[in-house]
Design a protein around this ligand. Sequence first.
Ligand SMILES: Cc1cc2nc3c(=O)[nH]c(=O)nc-3n(C[C@H](O)[C@H](O)[C@H](O)COP(=O)(O)O)c2cc1C
Length: 157
Amino acid sequence: MEFRKALGCFATGVTIITTIDQDGDPVGITANSFTSLSLDPPLVLFCLDRKSMSFDAFHRNRHFAVNVLRSTQEQLSRNFARSGPDKWNGIPYEKWETGCPILAETIAALECDVDQVFEGGDHVILIGKVRRIRFEDGECQPLLYYRGKYARIGAPA
Ligand SMILES: Cc1cc2nc3c(=O)[nH]c(=O)nc-3n(C[C@H](O)[C@H](O)[C@H](O)COP(=O)(O)O)c2cc1C
């Protein structure tokens, strides 16, 4: 579709956004719609497909966590871009205050309380107020997504 192709021209990072369902089981999806929204208060957002199997869990739970992937985590991204509950086999993670999974070895993690939810066509926009962060300060390579493919930052011009 032409619209999709045009949108794909915008290069992004890749995140896995997590929450927990009613039983406390982990839920997560690969998402590149993540963006920063406000510094004060600290707000971020992402857009969630209404057709996602994780929709109810994200809609019900008042918290989510954003895990920013590094270039070596493409397989993890592919795993969480699959639909279904069997994504968590052998995936190491920890929990902070809210119970949302914080994945190991990411570049950054942000734990959020859902602040507002807006309708957005076939998606909803979840705005989260950031309550806790972790990030790697040193040199590291992010995983990118561009024109429907995974990419890495090339050598500086
Ligand atoms: C690079 C990439 C970015 C994606 N970004 C989003 C996104 O921002 N929002 C979304 O709802 N789905 C996004 N998806 C699709 C979900 O990861 C995919 O539909 C996933 O299977 C949903 O899982 P679920 O059905 O188990 O909830 C993206 C997929 C890829 C590969």
